[in-house]
Design a protein around this ligand. Structure first.
Ligand code: PLP
Length: 505
């Protein structure tokens, strides 16, 4: 031990712990923070959706490591003045970019409680773990999985998809793969998804060591649903070449346009072929809570595993990704690893095995389950399902507004809550890219973009429970206004794509 450590004081003066000298002061400060954040959410409409970060503000956050203490009130003021006004914006009902949930005041309060408990949900025997187990059980029931199913909170669907690849790998090659590595047998494993699938599936194959070439991206129909016949053909072709198809990843809500693959056909094919069937249900899987959408997710109940995010359509604050696995033993086979310092007991704090650390790569884990538990209990699944249904109805409203406006063009059928469209212009890709940035910088709304067949689309994903028709109207007005500014007036008008069939809701 170093001299400095040997001579450090053993009994701290009260000022040397991290607790406040005066609990009343921190209580008052905490109440102020809570009031401010409740006001922030309650009055979110009065703010711009997003504001560009001024250079001076960004520069403040390039300061050196703080060595000396600073008054909490001052630190909080810095947060209130320089962090809060320049957040992502997804709390705002005008936020429609990417696929971001809106969160809720209930979820925020639950996060505060979780932070107070400071629980580590890697393992051991305590109620926070039971809360997570409760969510696993509710999620199992939601998707009609058997009692043997297991589940775990993770950061997001990117991580859940990666873990599903690892579970499928261990199922295909046996537990010994974890000692020996994938080797020659692993080099023959091939996986399948559609060209419309999220890029994190390609990354998962890469990170898992198979390489992205081992993922076959099968073509899609006009609605971006995987071509099941082409998939069958490719599997046969690969088997004929001596390869070992081990995993099919279906999409329940593609990231670009919200397409749902034919999950029944995929699950039947996988069962027939002895292939692991995983579903990326990042946002779409929770459509199961909407009576209008649930029938379109038929087949999900037969998946071997499902990845989903409670932080998207579930409106739980970030982050709250989740992996559900039909056969809990297969799930544990992929991750559980004994260690003397994690010895399990039948009583005491080390009881309660299996622990969540047996179901994923993380040992230290926060209490994501609490904000999800509060959200599910406070609102109930019927109300959350109604929110999901309404976001799809709003997408339908946006679609109708686009179809009624000759200056706009619908770029893809609207199937769920995502609408891809553009302002008609000669150099449409450049003009629409600029329009989206102009709108974001204006603070009026926050759509994002994607490419569909090489054409840039303005993409509006209606996920936030606060979004209303007035937000859709504001988006349309902004696209038309910035479009007129950005494009030449003689842009050719071409026919609209066919309107989508109405959603039964
Ligand atoms: C279909 C789909 N899969 C995966 C992801 C990645 O999820 P996450 O951002 O939670 O990692 C997303 C994100 O939007 C998605 O839409």
């Amino acid at each position: 031990m170093t001299k400095a450590l040997r001579e450090a004081p053993l009994r701290p003066a009260s000022s040397e712990t991290l607790d406040p000298n005066n609990w009343d002061d921190i209580r008052a400060q905490g109440h102020r923070m809570l009031d401010d954040m409740i006001d922030y959410i309650a009055n979110i409409r009065n703010r711009p959706v997003w504001s560009p970060i001024p250079d001076a503000v960004r520069a403040r956050f390039r300061a050196g490591l703080p060595r000396q203490p600073c008054d909490l009130g001052e630190v909080y003021r810095e947060f209130a003045d320089f962090v809060l006004p320049y957040a992502t914006g997804n709390v705002h009902p005008g936020f429609m970019g990417w696929v971001h949930g809106g969160g809720s005041a209930v979820g925020m309060l639950a996060e505060m409680l979780a932070a107070g408990l400071n629980a580590n949900l890697g393992g051991r025997d305590h109620m926070p773990i039971e809360v997570e187990r409760q969510i696993v059980e509710w999620t199992r029931q939601m998707f009609g999985f058997p009692s043997k199913a297991s589940g775990i909170f993770v950061t997001g669907t990117s991580m859940a998809n990666l873990m599903a690849v690892l579970v499928a790998r261990t199922d295909a090659l046996g537990r010994s793969v974890r000692q020996r590595g994938v080797g020659d047998d692993g080099a023959r494993l091939t996986a399948y998804t559609s060209t419309a699938a999220h890029g994190c599936i390609t990354r998962a194959m890469d990170i898992a060591g198979f390489g992205s070439d081992a993922l076959r991206c099968i073509g899609v129909d006009r609605s971006h649903r995987i071509d099941v016949a082409a998939l069958r053909e490719r599997i046969a072709q690969d088997r004929g070449a001596g390869l070992n198809p081990f995993l099919v990843v279906g999409s329940a809500g593609t990231v670009d346009i919200g397409a749902i693959d034919d999950l029944q056909a995929l699950s039947a094919l996988c069962r027939e072929q002895g292939i692991w069937f995983h579903v990326d249900g990042a946002f779409g899987a929770l459509g199961i809570l909407s009576p209008a959408l649930a029938p379109r997710l038929a087949g999900l109940e037969d998946a071997d595993s499902i990845a989903l995010d409670f932080h998207k359509w579930g409106q739980v604050p970030y982050d709250a990704g989740f992996l559900l696995v039909r056969d809990g033993d297969r799930h544990r086979d992929a991750f559980a690893a004994p260690a003397a310092y994690l010895r399990r007991e039948s009583r005491g704090l080390a009881a309660g095995s299996p622990w969540p650390c047996d179901l994923g790569p993380d040992l230290s884990r926060g209490f994501r389950a609490l904000k999800t538990w509060f959200t599910l209990k406070t609102y109930g699944t019927e109300k959350l399902g109604a929110v999901i249904t309404r976001t799809c109805a709003l997408a339908g409203y946006l679609e109708a507004r686009i179809l009624a406006e000759p200056r706009l063009e619908l770029m893809a059928p609207v199937q769920l809550n995502i609408v891809c469209f553009r302002y008609r212009a000669d150099d449409a890709n450049t003009v629409n890219g600029d329009i989206v940035i102009d709108i974001q910088e204006s603070g009026i709304a926050a759509p994002s973009t994607t490419l569909l067949d090489g054409e840039l689309a303005i993409r509006a994903a209606i996920v936030n429970h606060r979004t209303d028709t007035c937000d859709i109207d504001a988006l349309i007005a902004a696209v038309l206004e910035f479009g007129a500014q950005r494009s030449r007036p003689d842009a050719g008008l071409v026919p609209q794509v066919e309107p989508s069939p109405p959603l039964a809701m």
